[in-house]
Design a protein. Structure first.
Length: 300
């Protein structure tokens, strides 16, 4: 039930984002259209609509749904209330793996990991199952898992898909940022955060992985494709938290990536499609080269 409640709250916030620039009195779409827009079931969308109607944000009678007032900040749920259960595992798990320098072949027991992270065993299992098809971990008997190696072939395949997805998503990001709205506001926030990091000391660059993940997730979300969005989260995990990442030249790599992000972001905010495309191509090429040169490969 915790996951359902968090998902519900996340979708309420997402619906409020979509209503932010809608004129009062506008008729909203059908339940099917809203479900597709929110990437949710119709049952969940009905729960969201009921909540917004009770808050006086919209009226809902039969098939007619009208926006009664603009959303206010107090209508939103706090970020920690909207985090899916897997999010309770992801960051502490990856930090543990990264800080512990766990080698290939390390055994992870579900119950022990759940105690370490303070979450239910089922939540840990859901998180680990997500990565099994990628070949990074392997299920073993007795609720244990084995951390496996990261091969060159895997990296080549991963980046081939990343190129396709992010180049496609850039078109959506340019369109979404052509006028004021939630996506442009988030990109402007990212722009400011990147500028602070670029002007700050080297020690601050330790925060780059989280900023990088936010940038690429926003980019992929602009494609309005759930598979692309999910892939972007996987990429973040592989690139920044992989247990065999070589930290040599990490500060130099991060500072260069900040500059490349800024080139993409500023071109998108300026509506310059050609420059944004060139900047993204350059960033993806750099990301590929640095990964291939920096990882200690398990296949020789």
């Amino acid at each position: 039930m915790a996951r359902d409640k968090n998902l519900f709250k996340l979708l309420v916030n997402r619906m409020l984002d979509r209503l932010a620039d809608v004129p009062v009195g506008t008729a909203l779409g059908s339940e099917g259209e809203l479900a597709a827009s929110l990437e949710a079931s119709r049952t969940t969308v009905r729960a969201v609509l009921t909540h917004l109607a009770e808050a006086g944000i919209l009226s809902w009678e039969g098939r007619q749904k009208l926006l009664l007032r603009a959303p206010r900040p107090e209508d939103r749920f706090d970020a920690e209330e909207t985090q899916p259960r897997s999010g309770l595992v992801e960051e502490p798990f990856l930090n543990w793996v990264l800080q512990g320098d766990l080698p290939p072949g390390t055994t992870i027991n579900e119950a022990e990991l759940a105690r370490r992270l303070g979450v239910p065993v089922a939540t840990v299992r859901e998180f680990l199952i997500r990565f099994e098809p990628l070949g990074l971990i392997e299920k073993r008997p007795n609720r244990s898992w084995i951390l496996k190696g990261f091969t060159r072939d895997f990296a080549e395949e991963m980046f081939a898909v990343r190129d396709m997805f992010e180049r496609r998503a850039l078109t959506g990001l340019l369109a979404a940022c052509a006028a004021p709205g939630p996506t442009r506001a988030r990109l402007e926030h990212l722009h400011a955060a990147h500028l602070r990091l670029a002007a700050g000391p080297d020690a601050a660059l330790a925060g780059f992985p989280a900023l990088d993940a936010e940038f690429h997730q926003l980019l992929c979300a602009a494609a309005n494709n759930r598979f692309i969005s999910d892939f972007s989260r996987t990429i973040s995990i592989i690139v920044h938290f992989h247990y065999r990442w070589n930290k040599r030249d990490e500060l130099r790599r991060n500072r260069a990536a900040v500059a490349e992000h800024l080139a993409v972001i500023e071109a998108v905010l300026a509506g310059d499609s050609a420059t944004a495309t060139d900047a993204l191509d350059a960033h993806l090429a750099t990301a590929y080269r640095t990964l291939m040169a920096s990882v200690i490969w398990s296949d020789g």
